[in-house]
Design a protein around this ligand. Structure first.
Ligand code: 5GP
Ligand code: 5GP
Length: 235
């Protein structure tokens, strides 16, 4: 693994206030790892596209109405994180040619201009993947796709009657539903639609630093969901 520069800013994160979270944090600091845990981050495309910045559909067309992958990010409990650890390991699309179809559907880029996603995947690999202990880029992308399959966020929400219909839902109900479905506490981040409504934007699921199992998030990002009920917009 390359040398890790720490560029995160601690005040963005809120520590879970319990002795248990401190114990988890201690257990997570295993030798050989330059980070405490990983965030597996998913985004709700409806909440990306209805903002003032808007979005652009991939060149292959509009993705399905599903959470899509943002990334898999080595992170520390204090809010710092390593980034761009190994410029000597460039992204090579040929190394993940067998995953491309699944990547296009589950890890689409919604940034403008429209693209095939390769630039997004390259950015995620160089910024975060090169800092992970996952042995190579094929494993990194494959593992991330596998976590997506394991964490069926939309299914858990739907079973609880929380659906992307533009309605407003209790934030604590959303958090608790995901916690029950996954078996672990997660972080939830909101953004604002064009009209200024606060809405469900990203879900941060946490993994132990071996990228083996989901864990209760030992720290969560500043959530920006400052009201009790948040919009779940359609896509
Ligand atoms: P934002 O400011 O939108 O929360 O984050 C911008 C970018 O900073 C993210 O897309 C991600 O690349 C990086 N980032 C923010 N927080 C964390 C973190 O806790 N861990 C890691 N590894 N990256 C983060
Ligand atoms: P991060 O926030 O992970 O550091 O970087 C995200 C980068 O990927 C930004 O430069 C953003 O424009 C680009 N990007 C491309 N497609 C997407 C997408 O679908 N979602 C997000 N969040 N960023 C994307």
């Amino acid at each position: 693994m390359g040398s890790a520069s720490h560029s995160g800013v601690a005040p963005r994160h809120i520590r879970l206030p319990s002795a248990i979270s401190q114990l988890i944090a201690l257990l997570l600091i295993a030798p050989g790892h330059c980070y405490d845990f990983l965030y597996f981050v998913q985004q709700w495309p409806g909440s990306l596209c209805n903002t003032r910045e808007s979005c652009c559909y991939p060149t292959s067309g509009k993705p399905g109405a599903e959470f899509s992958i943002h990334g898999l990010w080595p992170s520390n409990v204090d809010g710092s994180y390593p980034s761009f650890c190994n410029p000597g390991e460039p992204f090579e699309i040929v190394k993940i040619s067998d995953l491309q179809e699944q990547m296009a559907s589950e890890w689409p880029s919604l940034a403008c201009p429209s693209s095939n996603g390769h630039k997004f995947w390259e950015h995620e690999w160089l910024k975060h993947g090169t800092c992970s202990d996952i042995s190579d880029q094929h494993h990194y992308f494959q593992a991330t796709l596998n976590f997506k399959r394991k964490a069926n966020l939309l299914g858990a929400l739907r079973d609880a009657g929380i659906v992307p219909d533009g309605g407003f839902y209790s934030l604590s109900n959303i958090s608790e539903t995901i916690r029950r479905g996954l078996g672990h506490y997660v972080g939830i981040v909101c953004n604002e639609d064009e009209a200024g409504n606060t809405q469900l934007y990203q879900v941060y699921v946490c993994l132990d630093n071996k990228a083996a199992d989901f864990i209760d998030c030992p720290a969560v990002p500043f959530n920006r969901c400052e009201i009790a009920r948040v919009q779940f917009p359609p896509f």
